[in-house]
Design a protein. Structure first.
Length: 45
């Protein structure tokens, strides 16, 4: 698997293998925005 990467512009790269989301924040706009940045990363709720 080749995880999606997010570069912060400071040479730091974040590549999650799986994103774990608590049910209490699953529908929060910030959670949804974050998930859009990693479209190919599996999500566990």
């Amino acid at each position: 698997m080749n995880p999606t990467s997010l570069s912060t512009g400071r040479g730091i790269e974040f590549s999650p293998e799986t994103i774990f989301i608590d049910k209490s924040v699953a529908d929060h706009p910030l959670t949804l925005k974050t998930l859009l940045q990693f479209p190919d990363t599996p999500v566990e709720r």
